[in-house]
Write a protein that binds this ligand. Sequence first.
Ligand code: MG
Ligand code: ZN
Length: 206
Amino acid sequence: MKVKRQVNQLSKEIEEIEELKGDIGVFIDRDGTINIAGAGEYITSWPMFKFIPGTLEAFATLAKLPVKILIVTNQSAVHRGLITKYGIELIHGMMEFEIVSNGGRIDGLKYCPHTAKENCDCRKPKTLLFEELAKEHAIDIERSINIGDHIRDMQAGNDLGMTNIMVRTGHGKMMNLDMSSHEINIHYVVDDLKAASEIIVKELKM
Ligand SMILES: [Mg+2]
Ligand SMILES: [Zn+2]
């Protein structure tokens, strides 16, 4: 019994140390990173939502790692009146269903419903939603990774000191990715989320 108590005590201490360290978060953008979306195109119903090829595999790869998988997305379609809050939550529920059915998971998701004009604190490149998720999930943000297709995503990751991975899908397809011309740190530019997940496996040496 004494040994058992000691083991329990020890695992409690390990847990506390882990907590102190904080988890690594992998923050993922939605439109143009997870699903196909052209510039100025709003996904307003589930049938419009198409996963970029390899995305479900990417989530399955990430799900095996000791990281928290978090989604942060700008959804101004809500305040433009193109979709309701319930509509967007339905899309996210279906998206999660597909991801989980294919061996992945989502640990947290937050979206900004505002338009750029509203000048809120949560629309990327602002960092509020990242900070909220980091707090809720005990994330060590400086050890975390940020993935997106837009320079706005990279700006947020840069401002928080995260490792930035830009994907060449969505806006990333069109953007001139001459990294030296930006003051934003982009650590990797890869073809898609699947390639990003493979970089993360290597980066974490797992
Ligand atoms: Mg995007
Ligand atoms: Zn907002």
